[in-house]
Design a protein around this ligand. Structure first.
Ligand SMILES: Cc1cc2nc3c(=O)[nH]c(=O)nc-3n(C[C@H](O)[C@H](O)[C@H](O)COP(=O)(O)OP(=O)(O)OC[C@H]3O[C@@H](n4cnc5c(N)ncnc54)[C@H](O)[C@@H]3O)c2cc1C
Length: 414
């Protein structure tokens, strides 16, 4: 998502682009290891796109970690990179740091839907839909109050978001698949959603139609800055190296080894999520979220996509079917009339998570090597606005103010 958005916006500036993808840009569910975008929940939700490190998330993670059906999974033998990520994550999980991160993010989230409109006007032929409604559903009042308090914080940090409480009967009218266990519902206004696989495919088509080259099955092994241009050495040494004037590294959870030689030390840890689709008789007309179980549902065509889990493992480690079982167990009591055994399109994708919850955007120690990644939970919502701003930084040589907090080297940040 992020690489193709950046390519599209570079083309807006008249730049000729080549996108190198080690797998396929539209991989479908069978391609494990082909990125985080295809099977995501597709929410375009500026009002909910908050930094992950947060005291409540930390408390929640610690509380649920030992449950067999936990929506968070940590491998028993943590590796050094994961330990570094977790130590940083804990350090950033304070309210003041969350607020600072949220204020920075809101400069992106505020413009995020506008960037989707710009892509649509420019010919990216995949629809985004108004979430009518977006429902956050709870088994108790406490959960609903916690979300309302968080939305108030989001507003205070500069991202407008309106919401209202619905009684459970009204909510069930709008989303008949909600079970009787749901007693409290908050409707969040002004959000959207899309089919992310379809969106990425349309972006790729648009980039090609405008003369861009997309090379699939090409894995970059090393990035070498020559001072006058950049050479990419390929992992398959039989493929010749390729030379460009500049590059943007948008490799999701695989970013660190490519970017490290350009001063990028921030860990990017794969927070692997899983999703699947089930048929539903009456799909809701917008996403449905169960925050306490971290389960996200999105209507995609006549199906409901159900997504969840945060599994901290290497992005290329094999999928673990027990994670799908955990989502099924969590979703079971929350939904009615949905046959969770009729699952199709089972998928796993690695969210590229940073310990401070902020993406890595803009120039590195080389003005010819830029980074666009590390959006964690929110790379679909933030893909287009990222592309717009990163392309501007690369073409003009001046980093837009909104990007400064996301400096990939975190220069000047404690
Ligand atoms: C279950 C789930 C639900 C989600 N729901 C939402 C949501 O509702 N809304 C939202 O905003 N976000 C959501 N996200 C997060 C979002 O999907 C990610 O933040 C986003 O997809 C990251 O995009 P990206 O382009 O940075 O990375 P990726 O999509 O991972 O793309 C990186 C690409 O780089 C390629 N690559 C890697 N290394 C190399 C190399 N060396 N050479 C060439 N190519 C390489 C990979 O194959 C991959 O295709 C969700 C994620 C998951 C897992």
């Amino acid at each position: 998502m992020v690489g193709l958005c950046t390519a599209w916006y570079l083309q807006e500036h008249g730049v000729g682009v080549t996108v190198l993808e080690r797998d396929r840009v539209t991989p479908g569910p069978v391609h494990a290891g082909a990125g985080a975008s295809w099977g995501s929940a597709g929410w375009l939700t500026p009002g909910l796109a908050t930094p992950l490190p947060e005291p409540a998330v930390l408390r929640y993670g610690l509380r649920v970690l030992l449950r067999p059906d936990s929506p968070v999974y940590l491998p028993p033998a943590a590796d050094t990179a994961l330990a570094r990520f977790l130590a940083g994550f804990v350090r950033h999980s304070t309210q003041p740091r969350w607020r600072r991160a949220m204020r920075a993010l809101s400069a992106l989230t505020r413009q995020s839907l506008d960037a989707f409109d710009e892509l649509a006007d420019g010919g990216v032929a995949a629809p985004t839909r108004a979430a009518a409604p977006f429902l956050a559903c709870f088994r108790d009042r406490r959960g609903a109050e916690a979300l309302l308090a968080e939305l108030a914080e989001v507003r205070a940090c500069g991202q407008p978001v309106d919401s209202e409480e619905l009684d459970a009967l009204t909510a069930r009218d709008r989303a008949p698949m909600l079970s009787d266990q749901i007693t409290h519902v908050i409707q969040v206004h002004g959000q959207r959603y899309c089919d992310p696989g379809r969106f990425v495919a349309a972006l790729a088509d648009a980039v090609r139609e405008r003369g861009g080259i997309i090379r699939e099955g090409v894995a970059v092994d090393k990035v070498i800055d020559l001072g006058t241009g950049v050479v990419l050495a390929m992992a398959d040494h039989a493929s010749p190296p390729a030379r460009f004037d500049a590059v943007v590294l948008a490799a999701g959870s695989w970013l660190p080894p490519l970017a490290a030689r350009f001063g990028v030390r921030m860990p990017v840890q794969a927070g692997r999520g899983y999703s699947f689709s089930v048929p539903v008789k009456e799909p809701p007309t917008g996403p449905v979220y169960f925050p306490a179980s971290r389960v996200a549902c999105t209507p995609i065509g006549s199906e409901l996509r159900i997504a969840g889990m945060m599994e901290f493992r290497r992005p290329d480690a094999p999928r673990d079917p027990r994670r799908i079982d955990a989502i099924v167990a969590a979703a079971g009591g929350l939904l009615r009339g949905v046959d969770l055994r009729a699952r199709a399109l089972e998928w796993m994708g690695p969210r590229p998570c940073t310990p401070d919850g902020l993406p890595l955007l803009g120039p590195t120690s080389s003005p010819r090597v830029h980074v666009a990644g590390g959006h964690g939970m929110w790379g679909i919502t933030l893909g287009p606005i990222t592309g717009r701003l990163v392309a501007r930084a690369l073409v003009t040589g001046r980093t837009p103010a909104a990007l400064l907090p996301f400096d990939p080297l975190r220069r000047g940040t404690a």
